[in-house]
Design a protein around this ligand. Structure first.
Ligand SMILES: [Zn+2]
Length: 304
């Protein structure tokens, strides 16, 4: 199975393990608030990212000195499930964020946890790792994070504006709040901020490639149009020259027109610029155009 762009970006983000405990706590906070289930009844994190699966146990150990009760067996499953079911552990984790385990209906981003700049980044990193995805830029520009907690979505919306300088777009999808970006530059900025500069560059490269292809296509279409005009004009000139030849007009023409006529006869596919250069002495393209037009006019007079 080909590794998705999303999986590659997550792997890149996972490479940086938080060195400070405040950041480990903030990253776990992002993971928990954007994961499948975070309540007094239990914690369930489902991920397809092998790298996140490897990081999760270490991260929770650093943040809370807590181990998962259920971890995936081996790494063969496409979706790996991590769970904490022990009430004590859940209470401990909730308390670390200032929540009362008996009252977790209104989970929110406890601002004290994301006060430091380093922790803001860690929080959003966690949010993207557990509840986010980014589309392969070859297919389209889209990055999103989703959470089931309304207050969390609103606060994260403000947090993103604070650290990135722009607001994400918002949507609701079957009870889930979605924060997303559609502009390649903003997606690239977010990925860079999250610690995935290589993925960010991938977005910008895809954009450059698309722009370049568009330009080439436009130029080709333009060339085609010009080419057919040039071919039509040359055919008209060759027809005129045939008439002038048939009527024995060549000898009566001024030297300049004779030169132009011979050059066109011998070079039916040459452009005006090329023909102009063949004249003795060489002339400009408009002057060459003028001579050929004159030949066409004369052929019409001769045909009468
Ligand atoms: Zn920190």
């Amino acid at each position: 199975m080909a590794v998705s762009f999303s999986a590659t970006a997550k792997a890149e983000i996972c490479r940086a393990f938080p060195s400070r405990r405040c950041c480990a706590l903030a990253q776990c906070f992002g993971i928990l608030l954007f994961c499948n289930s975070f309540s007094a009844d239990g914690i369930r994190i489902i991920t397809e990212s092998r790298e996140l699966a490897q990081t999760l146990p270490k991260l929770f150990k650093k943040a809370f000195s807590v181990q998962f009760d259920i971890v995936p067996e081996g790494e063969t499953a496409a979706k790996m499930v991590f769970q904490i079911t022990d009430k004590e552990k859940i209470s401990q984790i909730m308390a670390a964020y200032g929540f009362n385990p008996t009252d977790t209906l209104a989970l929110n981003v406890n601002l004290a946890v994301v006060e430091e700049e380093c922790c803001k980044a860690s929080f959003l990193r966690g949010a993207f790792l557990s509840g986010g995805s980014v589309t392969d830029p070859a297919k389209g520009y889209h990055i999103e994070i989703t959470t089931t907690h309304g207050a969390v979505a609103r606060q994260t919306y403000a947090l993103m504006e604070e650290v990135l300088g722009f607001y994400p777009k918002t949507a609701v999808r079957v009870g889930t709040q979605v924060l997303y970006l559609k502009q390649s530059e903003q997606i690239s900025d977010l990925l860079t901020y999250l610690g995935a500069p290589v993925a960010a560059m991938g977005i910008m490269e895809a954009r450059l490639e698309k722009e370049l292809n568009n330009k080439v296509n436009r130029r080709c279409n333009c060339d085609d149009a010009n080419t057919s005009k040039v071919v039509e004009a040359a055919q008209e000139q060759l027809a005129a020259i045939r008439i002038l030849r048939e009527r024995g007009q060549f000898e009566n023409l001024p030297k300049k027109l004779q030169q132009a006529m011979v050059a066109r006869e011998n070079n039916p596919e040459s452009s005006l610029t090329e023909l102009a250069a063949m004249m003795e002495p060489p002339i400009t393209k408009p002057a060459m155009n003028h001579r050929l037009k004159k030949l066409v006019e004369l052929s019409k007079e001769a045909a009468i």
